[in-house]
Design a binder for this molecule. Structure first.
Ligand code: SF4
Length: 331
């Protein structure tokens, strides 16, 4: 069972300015918790608000038109949204690490790889320089880099995309973070390296009880890694459930569609059933349930009022009138 509470996100709301046209809400009333040593999956199609949620938690919206306009984000009891930029820089190094989809942007192009790793380790741990150098090489080896000493002497531009991704993962994990936010961490990597990285994430989760927010569109990775899953659609949470419950008995029509879109091995199916249509433009959100234009169960009342995210027991939450009707009948 999960232990001590690590991250507590309460009613987070992030808006993006559209200049004279006003603003759009990219993350709307999002609340969830992560306990120490827990891996929580965050899934949904591109544009559902997953990455903006992660950037908001890390206070990394500075270079975007985005702004947090509501809610609280507590990390080990401290509200991150009240921290200064200087405090956040320290927290980002010592307590929270983030692995982005785009590795190059988080590496310093003017520093050799090992120097960057050693600097981060020295800054955020009490290791000596020698210990930090040894630890840097060990981390490079652990993320599957075949010749860590040679790669350590390279500059980021001399590395392939996959290699820089692994260097960034080594850097993110080198200071034993309490919380790791991994946004599509293995998407660009081949299957063997992906398996090594996922193993490494499980290792820090087991050994130092790192809590992990794993953002991915890959439901196979979720099934393998996570204990609980949150499904986001149009900036909102539409379903939350323990992983087995979500896969064996998905309730929200959107979750059902996502799971039905996963190819089944050996099924001989070549065209995949998928969800018709696309995620709504944030500036043209439909009234009522945001999934209604794509939902084959939609009724008139779905288009009138947005359903709340209702607690259904057993750790499940769902935002759909039909599910709520059914549950009310059963009780
Ligand atoms: Fe579909 Fe209605 Fe449920 Fe929305 S509330 S997911 S439109 S059935």
């Amino acid at each position: 069972m999960p232990e001590e509470l690590l991250l507590d996100v309460r009613r987070l709301r992030t808006e993006f300015s559209q200049g004279k046209k006003g603003s759009v809400v990219a993350v709307n009333d999002v609340s969830f918790q992560i306990h120490k040593g827990e891996i929580l999956g965050l899934v949904g199609e591109s544009g559902c608000g997953k990455s903006v949620t992660a950037l908001s938690i890390m206070s990394l919206l500075k270079d975007t038109p985005g702004k947090i306009t509501g809610g609280e984000v507590y990390l080990e009891g401290k509200n991150l949204l009240e921290c200064s930029e200087e405090e956040m820089r320290k927290i980002r190094g010592e307590n929270v690490s983030m692995i982005f989809q785009e590795a190059m942007s988080s590496l310093n192009p003017a520093m050799r790889v090992s120097a960057q790793l050693v600097e981060a380790i020295l800054l955020h741990t009490d290791k000596t320089r020698r210990e930090a150098e040894e630890h840097a090489l060990k981390m490079l080896a652990q993320v599957g880099i075949p010749d860590p000493a040679r790669v350590g002497r390279s500059y980021p531009h001399q590395l392939s995309g996959g290699m820089s991704q692994r260097v960034m993962i080594a850097m993110a994990m080198s200071c034993d973070p309490h919380l790791l936010i991994a946004d599509e961490p293995t998407t660009a990597l081949d299957v063997t390296i992906q398996a090594q990285i996922l193993d490494l994430m499980r290792k820090i989760q087991r050994e130092i009880h790192t809590g992990i927010l794993l953002i991915t569109h890959d439901l196979g990775v979720v099934a393998e890694m996570c204990s609980r899953v949150i499904v986001m659609y149009a900036g909102r949470i539409v379903e939350e459930a323990p992983v087995q419950m979500l896969f064996y008995e998905p309730m929200h029509p959107y979750t059902k569609g996502l799971i039905a879109s996963v190819p089944k091995l050996g099924s001989g199916v070549t065209s995949l059933p998928s969800i018709p249509g696309s995620v709504p433009d944030l500036s043209m959100m439909p009234p009522g349930c945001k999934f209604a234009p794509r939902c084959r169960y939609a009724q008139d009342r779905c288009r009138e009022e947005e359903p709340p995210l209702a607690e259904l027991g057993g750790g499940r939450k769902c935002r759909c009138v039909l599910v709520q009707d059914k549950e009310a009948t059963v009780q």
